[in-house]
Design a protein around this ligand. Structure first.
Ligand SMILES: [Zn+2]
Length: 399
C-alpha cells in the first residue's frame, strides 16, 4: 500500500504539471492569436500600398514574439516528458519487479498447462464472460466437457435476473430442485417466496388481498418447518400495510439489502447443489497469492540479509515432509480456511499425503513418520499413554 501511495504522489505531481501547462499554453496561444489578428486587420486597412517602416518594425516584433512563445512552449513540453519518466522510475523503485525467486517453473509444465487453462476457463464461465471463455477454448484446444459449462450458463442467467429484481427464474429453478435443496437444508425457495410477498405488500394496501392469496398458495409447505416464526412475522406485517410499514415494527422487511442477500443465498445453495465451490478456485488462489506474496518477499529479503539461504534454496536437503511447507506460517484469514490441518505432536511437522496422521488404538494421534520412528520391532509404545500395541493396527485418519 505504501508503494501505491508513493507512486500516486508522483502521478499527482505530473497531473498538476499537465494542468498548469495546458492552462499556460492555451492562454499564450489565445493572446498571440488575438495579436496577429489585430495586426492583420491593420495591414488590411493599409490596402495594397507599401508598408511604412514603423509598420514593418511592428510586424517583425510580432514575429519575434511568436517565435519566442513557441520555443518557450516546446521547452515546457520537454520538461513534462522528464516528469512522466519519473513516474516510471518511481514504479520501478516501489514495486518488486522480480518475482522469479518465488515461483516454480515446473508447476505448470506439461499436462498441467491444460489444467490451468481449464481453471481459467471455468472462472470465465462463472463470471458469465462466455465469449472470452469460448475464445480461450478454441485457442488452447481445451477439451471441456459440455456438462461442465452448462451449470454456469443457468446460474448466470438466474443471477442476472435476480440482480434485475426478477424472482421468476430463481423460483422456477428452486421448484425443480426442491427435493435436493431440502436435502441440504436449504431455505432458498422459502426465502424467494418471502421476498415476492414483501414486494407485494410494499406496493400498498391495494395489494394486501393478493399478498394473502400468495401466502396461502406458497407458504403452506413451509409452515411445518423452522420457517414458521418467519411466516408469522410476515403475516403480522399485514396489519401495518395501511399505515405504512416504514414506521412499523416491521420496517426491517423493507431493507434494500435483501436482494443482495438473496443473490448470495442463491449462489451458495446452487453451487452446493451442483457440487461447485462458491468462489471460483482461480480467484481464491489469486487472492491468497496476493496476501502471501509480500510476506514471502519480505522473508526472502530478511533471509538474504542474514545469509540463511538454506531454509529455502536448498530444498533437496530438507526432509520430504517439509518440502510442501512454507518457511513461515501465513494467515489468510478465516475465509480461506477449508479444512483442518494436523501437526504431529512428536515431530512438530504438518501432516502431508505421504506422512498422514495415524490413530493409535489408545486414541492418540501421531504422524506416520513418528509412528515409524517409535516402532521397535513389532511393538509400539504410545508416547502419551504407555499402551503397548502393534503399529499395524494404527488407522490412517482423513480430515
Ligand atoms: Zn496413547
Amino acid at each position: 500500500m505504501d508503494a501505491c501511495t508513493a507512486v500516486e504522489r508522483d502521478i499527482d505531481k505530473v497531473l498538476s504539471k499537465f494542468t498548469a501547462f495546458s492552462e499556460h499554453s492555451s492562454n499564450t496561444l489565445t493572446n498571440l492569436r488575438s495579436d496577429i489578428e489585430n495586426l492583420k486587420r491593420e495591414i488590411d486597412q493599409v490596402g495594397s500600398g507599401e508598408l511604412t517602416e514603423a509598420q514593418a518594425l511592428i510586424l517583425t516584433q510580432a514575429l519575434g514574439r511568436v517565435k519566442e512563445a513557441v520555443t518557450c512552449l516546446s521547452t515546457d513540453h520537454r520538461d513534462l516528458h522528464s516528469s512522466v519518466s519519473k513516474v516510471g522510475k518511481a514504479v520501478d523503485k516501489n514495486f518488486t519487479p522480480d518475482f522469479g525467486c518465488i515461483s516454480n517453473d515446473s508447476v505448470f509444465s506439461g499436462t498441467k498447462q491444460q489444467l490451468l487453462n481449464e481453471v481459467i476457463c471455468q472462472h470465465f464461465f462463472r463470471q458469465g464472460l462466455l465469449t472470452i471463455a469460448e475464445d480461450l477454448i478454441s485457442e488452447t484446444d481445451l477439451q471441456l466437457q459440455k456438462e461442465s459449462r452448462e451449470p454456469f450458463f443457468e446460474l448466470n442467467r438466474i443471477l442476472d435476473a435476480l440482480k434485475a429484481r426478477k424472482l421468476e427464474p430463481a423460483l422456477e429453478w428452486a421448484k425443480i430442485n426442491r427435493e435436493k435443496l431440502r436435502a441440504q437444508h436449504s431455505s432458498l425457495e422459502f426465502k424467494l417466496h418471502r421476498l415476492a410477498f414483501i414486494e407485494l405488500i410494499k406496493e400498498g394496501p391495494h395489494k394486501v388481498q393478493e399478498a394473502i392469496q400468495y401466502a396461502r398458495l406458497h407458504f403452506t409447505p413451509f409452515v411445518y418447518q423452522h420457517e414458521k416464526a418467519v411466516i408469522q412475522n410476515l403475516m403480522g406485517s399485514l396489519l401495518y400495510v395501511k399505515e405504512g410499514l416504514v414506521n412499523s415494527p416491521y420496517a426491517e422487511l423493507l431493507s434494500s439489502t435483501q436482494w443482495g442477500e438473496i443473490c448470495d443465498v442463491f449462489t451458495r445453495d446452487a453451487c452446493a447443489l451442483l457440487g461447485l465451490s462458491v468462489d471460483s478456485p482461480l480467484s481464491v488462489c489469486i487472492n491468497a497469492g496476493c496476501t502471501a506474496l509480500p510476506i514471502l518477499l519480505n522473508i526472502k529479503q530478511v533471509m538474504q540479509q542474514r545469509q540463511v539461504h538454506s531454509m529455502w534454496n536448498t530444498k533437496e536437503e530438507l526432509p520430504v515432509s517439509l518440502m510442501d511447507e512454507l518457511p513461515i506460517e501465513i494467515d489468510l484469514g478465516p475465509t480461506c480456511r477449508y479444512h483442518s490441518i494436523f501437526a504431529c505432536p512428536i515431530l512438530r511437522q504438518q501432516s502431508t499425503e505421504s506422512n498422514p496422521p495415524m490413530r493409535l488404538i489408545c486414541g492418540h494421534v501421531i504422524s506416520r513418520d513418528a509412528l515409524n520412528k517409535l516402532t521397535n520391532g513389532n511393538k509400539l509404545k504410545c508416547p502419551y499413554c504407555p499402551v503397548e500395541q502393534n503399529p499395524n493396527e494404527a488407522a490412517h485418519i482423513h480430515f
